[in-house]
Ligand binder design. Sequence first.
Ligand SMILES: NC(=O)c1ccc[n+]([C@@H]2O[C@H](COP(=O)([O-])OP(=O)(O)OC[C@H]3O[C@@H](n4cnc5c(N)ncnc54)[C@H](O)[C@@H]3O)[C@@H](O)[C@H]2O)c1
Length: 353
Amino acid sequence: MEEDSGEVPGWHGRGADTITGTVQGMISGAGRRVLVTGGAGFVGSHVAEAHLALGDRVCVLDDLSSGHPGNVPAGADFVEMDVADPRTRAFVSEGRFDVVNHHAAQVDVRFSMADPAADARTNIVGLVNVLEGARAAGTGRVVFVSSGGVVYGEPDVFPTPETAPKHPVSPYGVSKLTGEYYLDYYRLIHGLDYVALRYSNVYGPRQDPRGEAGVVAIFSNRLLRREPLVIYGDGEQLRDYVYVEDVARANLLAAEMDLVDDVDMDSRAFNIGTGEATSVNTLAELLEEVSGIRVRRVFREARAGDVRRSTLATRRIRDRGWVPGFSLREGLARTFRHIAVRMAAPRVAEVGS
Ligand SMILES: NC(=O)c1ccc[n+]([C@@H]2O[C@H](COP(=O)([O-])OP(=O)(O)OC[C@H]3O[C@@H](n4cnc5c(N)ncnc54)[C@H](O)[C@@H]3O)[C@@H](O)[C@H]2O)c1
């Protein structure tokens, strides 16, 4: 295989030929070879799409455990693989990617409490496989997705800055924070460059409403079915909801932002959120307003592992030129419309809607 042929073992078919041109050129790195793990999932599929729109060549690696093939954007290549499978190392290494964007993860807090070993297998062993491949290939930048909703635990300061003490209260939180430590090790010892993005609560089209996360998708589905909204606890728990397209833009920035080398772990981490606190009760009201549908509310006992309050300070990423472009009301309206269309005509609602 030629060094510059663009062929990657395991990549077949389509190639990244759907360049929209809308954002091409705004960020300098267009034309790169980008691996998006977890790109058949909710956030990862938007990130893959954003890279394609920029003119990058995108490969999605996903085991489809919670993702769907229909989420993989047209123009991206797709490889079905488990990141915890040792073959992932060879794939990432032989792929010689310029950017590795790691979204693949076990994402369910409660599942992580029920089966911490399975969580660690995907979120720690899987990450290490990806990093071993990236190290061997000399990958230019790894973008790792951490979670600002869990690594700080119950913080003392709101909105919470990147430097706040880390005190995760679930195995999922521990595995995300451990991931950042591994990245810092690979940077220090092997010179592997990385950025960690600590997301708040991401919402938007393609979020899976079947899990326990994704309250916006769950509420939207219940409203459409005229079913009561189930709220755990008193509904006054506060969250920082950020729209998925804004998050995808943050990933583009993370793929190419300049960083100095002699820094600690928190300097490589960027909170991604709005900094605004919204209660679950307020979220339910806003969704009722944008949908024009009102239903009953049912309150259930608060769930273990849920933090009471989470909002992220985002000055560091804003200093790099990122601002959320969607208000909560606007993002909720777009998400609700997407889910309503999908419910009415499931086969129409694929990527790009
Ligand atoms: N959605 C949020 O609010 C949020 C908040 C903080 C962090 N995150 C992080 O963002 C990333 C994406 O989350 P999401 O909400 O899109 O969830 P998601 O479940 O839609 O996406 C995860 C994807 O990873 C894939 N995957 C899971 N295990 C895998 C494995 N062993 N090998 C290969 N692929 C595997 C799944 O099939 C899925 O497509 C995750 O790393 C998650 O921890 C999400």
